[in-house]
Design a protein around this ligand. Sequence first.
Ligand code: ZN
Length: 351
Amino acid sequence: MANPRESELSYPLGDTLPGPGEALDLLPGVRWVRMGLPFALDHINLWLLRDTVDGREGWTIVDCGIHNDTTKANWERVFAERLDGLPVLRVIVTHFHPDHLGLGHWLTERWQCRLWISATDYQLARVASSSTVGMGGEAAATFFGSHGLTDPEALDKIRGRASYYPSMVPAIPPAFRRLMDGLTVRIGDHDWRCLVGYGHAPEHISLFSETLGAMISGDMLLPRISTNVSVVDVEPEADPLQLYLDSIARLTTLPAETLVLPSHGKPFRGLHARIDQLEEHHRERLAEVLEACTAKPCHAAELLPMMFRRPLDLHQTTFAMGEAVAHLHLLWLGGQLRRTLDEDGIHRFSA
Ligand SMILES: [Zn+2]
């Protein structure tokens, strides 16, 4: 959902964007690459960090882009023109989603280098690339059905999307190096501290450099849209929204002037304002959900028109369902709503 308080943020580069196959100098030793995506969200930001590993000069890549020929071709152009003749030495991935990890296998093979990622996201990627986790298939259809999505056509389509993740992430590197909360990674002239974030992915890692005054936020903080926070079939009683809100609250200890390098949108200043905006956004959604469930017991599907206020295609509906359940679960697990499983097999929530 678009950010109504976007004017509180500032974009130091204005409207300047790197074109396909380009890499824009952003900070000393930090370059910004932007790749296309075949979704409504049509791009992802990736970062090049000047590095030295085992005595070799080169670059670290942060996040990979989606697996397709266009992205590979644009990477080849970056390699030819924007690495100053140096190799890629490692690939850091913030979390397991296809736009971030998709080309991880190709990049690490291409450069014979290591993937760095959290252990939880690595393991889930291994599972998801050979089965289905939250993105489609029978389990997802059953889960959405239990939250009131009963349209047979929609459920059939969800069943049919069993290979959604593997189609975008066909292979996972066979080995990895573990990133975890609090770990400091030396990259070139700068220390980057790993900051774990929960609620969007199992163990999302953002990176903060005090000396550069910058944070690579991944998907945990985006300037224009709120991060997707969903309950999925593999963990059907999860409380990801509380986890997400706790995670971004921890980021308020970072300096206010930090330059935030998000995965989608433009690099921005206004870290504390953005956290405040996201907290307000979710507070408002939670108040609406609580009010609706106070008026009468509600399931997730019937909350979508109120929460999203626009027509949703199937892809958007699955995300919206996950988000609606996440809001219900925060209130349920926080003790403000009760959950019942009714005779029609649907969970309803009431105050
Ligand atoms: Zn993501």
